[in-house]
Every structure is written in structure tokens, then in C-alpha cells.
Design a protein around this ligand. Structure first.
Ligand code: URA
Length: 208
């Protein structure tokens, strides 16, 4: 069963409450998404492999460390875009790969409309970024694509999950750890997480 990590960091809990507030404006909302993404990505990358790296300090030679794995960031459009910048600042050498999916209104299944992944995998670890793990449909479909591409290690990094999304992702991809700031109560009949924060895309991009 996939590991579920719900951050207990006090800054995460504080910032998440501000994020949920309906009075939080888009600029502040974007800043909070960015800051939360950084802390959650720090937690999600705690097991990255290291290699020795020689370092010369002003006083001595020493053996330091260097991350030995190539990281790919895969935001789920469009709300996942707001998580990229902060994580990219943290891991500046990361590659960012975009995969576009929309939901077919008739079949309700995700359909791929954008994918420029190269033929061979170019990264060792993929972080799939989406603030909201709601039904889990987009996350499962994105990870299906990454695994078909040959990605060996994939992690999901989100902000709020619904129990339904966690269950669906765990069933489809039991090897993919899930890192979130909270698991909320339920999904409503419109697919919104309750209590949640509303539409994470609209709230970031000011399109509500
Ligand atoms: N996507 C959102 O932006 N919010 C939800 O509550 C569920 C899915």
C-alpha cells in the first residue's frame, strides 16, 4: 500500500489555514501555494540518494554531498503550475515536464492533449504536483503516462487530498508515496473537496 504522508509541520498547518480562508486573495493564495509546495517537497525528497562531493572551505578540504538523482517536476495542469516555481527554486536542476489532460464529458475519463516527454526517461525521480487530490483520476492517468515512459520512482505531492482520491491513487499505484498537507472529510457531488479550499485553479489565477 502506498505510503501516505500528512505533514505535521506547524508552518504547513498555519499556511494551510490561510489558504483555505475564502477571503485570501489570489496573490496571497499563490504565495501560500508556493510556500507550502516548498515545505512539502522538502519532506517528499528526504530520501534522495547522495554522492560524495569534494568541498574546499576557506579553512580546509572536506567531503561534502551532492544529490545523485535527477528530479523531474510534473505539474498537473492547471492548478499544479503554482507549485512548480517554489519546488524549482529548491531543486534548480530539476526538469519540468508538462502533461495536459482533460476529462471527456461523455466517458468521464482523462484524455491526453499535451505530452512532449522524450522517448527515453531523463530523470530518476518524478514529483507529480497538484494541489488537490480529489477523485484521483488525473493523478492516476498522469502516473500511468510516466510509468509507460519508464519512470522508475514517482511521488505525488499535493496540498489537500480527499479520502476518495487517496484510495484511488493507492489502488492504482501502490508504489507511489503521497505527500499532502491534509486529508479532508469527503468529496461533494460536484467533485469538490470538503471543507477544502474551493477551486485551486480559479483561486490562483483569479478566474473564480
Ligand atoms: N479541484 C479543486 O480545485 N478543488 C477541489 O475541491 C477539487 C478539485
Amino acid at each position: 500500500m502506498a505510503e501516505l504522508h500528512v505533514s505535521e509541520h506547524p508552518l504547513v498547518r498555519h499556511k494551510l489555514s490561510l489558504l483555505r480562508q475564502s477571503s485570501t486573495e489570489p496573490k496571497k493564495f499563490r504565495d501560500l501555494v508556493r510556500e507550502l509546495a516548498i515545505v512539502l517537497a522538502v519532506e517528499a525528497t528526504a530520501d534522495l540518494a547522495l554522492q560524495d562531493e569534494p568541498v574546499t572551505t576557506p579553512l580546509a578540504e572536506m567531503t561534502g554531498a551532492k544529490v545523485a538523482e535527477r528530479v523531474g517536476l510534473v505539474p498537473i495542469l492547471r492548478a499544479g503550475l503554482g507549485m512548480v516555481e517554489g519546488v524549482w527554486d529548491l531543486i534548480p536542476g530539476a526538469e519540468v515536464w508538462h502533461i495536459g489532460l482533460y476529462r471527456d464529458e461523455r466517458t468521464l475519463r482523462p484524455v491526453e492533449y499535451y505530452n512532449k516527454l522524450p522517448v527515453q526517461p531523463t530523470v530518476d525521480v518524478c514529483l507529480v504536483l497538484d494541489p488537490m487530490l480529489a477523485t484521483g483520476g488525473s493523478a492516476v492517468a498522469t502516473i500511468d503516462i510516466l510509468k509507460r515512459w519508464g519512470a522508475r520512482r514517482v511521488k505525488f505531492v499535493g496540498i489537500i487530498a480527499a479520502p476518495e482520491g487517496v484510495q484511488r491513487l493507492r489502488e492504482a499505484h501502490p508504489d507511489v508515496p503521497i505527500h499532502v498537507a491534509a486529508v479532508d472529510d469527503h468529496l461533494n457531488e460536484h467533485g469538490y473537496i470538503v471543507p477544502g479550499l474551493g477551486d485551486a485553479g480559479d483561486r490562483q489565477f483569479g478566474t473564480a
